[in-house]
Write a protein that binds this ligand. Sequence first.
Ligand code: AMP
Ligand code: MG
Length: 427
Amino acid sequence: MQNLSVDEALGLVLEEIKPLPLEEVPLVMALDRIIGEAVCSPVNLPLFSNSAMDGYALKAVDTAAASAIFPAKLAVIGEVAAGEVFSGKLERGQAIRIMTGAALPEGADAVVKFEDTDEAFKPGSRAWNSVEIFTAAQPGQNVRLEGEDFKPGQPVLPTGTVLNPGCLGLVASLGYASVKCVRKPRVAILATGSELLQAGQPPLPGKIYNSNNYILAALVTKYGGEVVRLSTVQDRTELIEQGIAESLAQKPDLLITSGGVSVGDFDLVKQVLGTVGELQMWQVRMRPGKPVAFGEIAGIPLLGLPGNPLAALVSFELFGKAALLKMLQCPPGPELIEAITVEPVRNSSGRRNFLRGKLFQEEGRLYVRPSRYQMPSQLASLVESDCLIVAGEDCSYYLAGDKVAVMPLYRLEKSLSRAIHPVMAGI
Ligand code: AMP
Ligand code: MG
């Protein structure tokens, strides 16, 4: 199929790509991995009621009339530190010295911090057998109640959560040592082009350095994939075939090529694909990146990106990312946001145009400044850009002050994270 719209092409890619199976991942290896099965709490969290302060555990009722002028005097019957459990029971008129994180003794319902007791003014008072409380405590004050965050069976993290450091800590606090994640997509990357030199080689006449391998490997890694082969071949049919065969030998879930899918004399990837595999589409009505091929070889999906590095990046952001997210069992969230352009945006291409821009906020509003560089050959536009301004094929001109649709670049978490518990809201 030729000349598809971006949406048609995306639909076609998503239809072919299949979700990957789950695997158990130790927590220490699970940063940025994606949860494939909701994590539910096996326990109460907190595991037991405990003190949120260093102070005195007591019965709030004993301090009902307490103030700095008329303190409540309580008998100190013991002490409990984090990791310990006080064996006795607290009765009326009694207090127990308690440290942060220590289990709340039986009979106590509140903790008054040291600063609100006479201990604040009497160093060494730990030897004393009574304490003066300067404030009226409320029941539950400075107490972290057993199960107040999660009860057994309650969902903690939904499928699709990207495990950030906070999530990992939360999962560990439930007692789990590992978590069920979607297996990382294995991706082989093959750059084609007789003009390509590898970074670090001395320059040669007519040759350029291979940028795409670095762009694509970074994007694959960014979006949760694993690069299993990164190679480059010249524009010769047998070498491309060999490069593809060697890539497939790594049993990737996806093969990504760059270059050779246009209409030039040496754009052989498309031809090779057509013979050894099955080519389902090439050419998408977008800019940059019109020549984009998709198909499969030996049952493995292949995404053929244009050679132009900017076009390769933009088309990966559209199709490669979607493919990886589908494999990771994550239907992508709303990817487009609305921003006000501070400069006119022109789209005379008749195709959907992805222009580079930088987002910024002012007085609570989101603005986008189009990059100074918009030529498809100018990789420099990416340095100062953090988004793509999506100019519709039918709209050729946006004025400064107009709202435009914007696709943030390189963002995985924002499009995936769906908190299901208020505790997660800030994580
Ligand atoms: P192609 O799609 O093969 O016709 O390539 C389009 C343009 O991108 C040409 O100017 C190529 O030299 C350039 N190009 C192709 N592959 C790469 C690459 N891996 N790194 C940098 N530039 C490339
Ligand atoms: Mg080429």
